[in-house]
Design a protein around this ligand. Structure first.
Ligand SMILES: C[S@@+](CC[C@H](N)C(=O)[O-])C[C@H]1O[C@@H](n2cnc3c(N)ncnc32)[C@H](O)[C@@H]1O
Length: 306
């Protein structure tokens, strides 16, 4: 099951201009529908009000709705209860999927599933469930985060064991691209295709940034200068943290079997079996996929297309 994202912590929903425009457009459309024999004030509003209930307040104020159900699965029970603006709002704590069976098939609903994440399987189940329980003339609206989620977003590069990482990479790849490829997916096929570059891009890009912080940190340069003359001084916390980060990244990248050839251009090699021989696959930051290889003993100069 997907997990609550606590998006309300990022910014108050009432203050987001685009969200407000969205609500206003809906209200305008619904008001017009009211004139075409859709008696919206008699509908039951089913929505995700989050801790601010802005949609509930507006739908009551402009559309005179008084039958309202708010579903919330975040760990915010106290705030949901305390902030509830009207007595008539029924608060249902838990996942929408659990509430759907209680929807009355004879009722006309206005349902707005205003998700704070990008499309996933659970949403499709929510949609399917709601559409099966709503009476004719009900109105169904869904909004989602339209930015596609990259497979790399799901990995916490720091906290994962190598095996777990491999398993997750394969699973994520299968989930995302499985439908589009015919052959069985293994870690090897992933390396050749798209996920590995995305994966490395995150790491190499971060290493380049950390190197830059270190290089630009004057205090660190001063420490080095003094140290060379037997002097003292302390580097800034930021430079120290960046330095430590770089060490960790280097150790991690080595553990994955990646050889960092040149961080300044983001050039990495990793070992690969090709026609019974161990060779290096070669990838450079910005290349859309892994498509070069070279024998272990030659460098990038000897690289050839896969
Ligand atoms: C974007 S906010 C809703 C904002 C609201 N529509 C407004 O106009 O202010 C989405 C809320 O729905 C909750 N949520 C998302 N998916 C859910 C689900 N499947 N079941 C229950 N609550 C969910 C989130 O925790 C979040 O608090």
């Amino acid at each position: 099951m997907a997990q609550p994202t606590d998006s309300f912590k990022q910014f108050h929903y009432g203050l987001r201009p685009s969200k407000q425009v969205e609500r206003k457009i809906m209200i305008e459309v619904l008001l017009r529908l009211s004139k075409a024999r859709y008696n919206i004030s008699d509908y039951t509003y089913l929505g995700f009000g989050s801790v601010y209930y802005v949609d509930f307040v507006m739908f009551h104020k402009y559309l005179f709705m008084e039958e309202m159900v708010c579903v919330e699965w975040g760990d915010v029970e106290k705030r949901m209860r305390f902030n509830k603006p009207f007595k008539f709002i029924k608060l249902k704590l838990g996942a929408l999927l659990n509430y759907i069976p209680s929807m009355r098939q004879t009722k006309k609903y206005l349902v707005w599933l205003d998700y704070d994440r990008s499309l996933d399987l659970e949403m499709l189940q929510d949609i399917d469930g709601c559409l099966n329980r709503m009476a004719r003339q009900s109105i169904f609206i869904i909004t989602i985060d339209a930015r596609p989620k990259l497979p790399t977003d799901q990995f916490d590069l720091e906290d994962m064991m190598a095996e777990e990482r491999e398993r997750l990479t394969v699973e994520t790849y299968q989930e995302w691209f499985g439908r589009h490829v015919e052959k069985e997916i293994t870690l090897d096929t992933i390396s050749r295709l798209h996920v590995a570059p995305l994966f490395y891009e995150v790491v190499v890009e971060r290493m380049r940034q950390t190197e830059e912080i270190i290089a630009n940190d004057r205090s660190l340069a001063a420490v080095r200068e003094k140290a060379s003359q037997n002097g003292g001084g302390a580097p800034t916390v930021k430079a120290l943290a960046a330095s430590r980060q770089l060490q960790n990244d280097l150790a991690q990248i080595g553990e994955w079997g990646i050889i960092l050839r040149d961080p300044s251009i983001g050039l990495v090699d990793f070992l690969h079996q090709r026609e019974g021989k161990t060779v290096c696959l070669c990838w450079k930051l910005g290349e859309p996929r892994v498509e070069w290889w070279h024998p272990i003993e030659t460098g990038i100069a000897g690289r050839a297309h896969l």
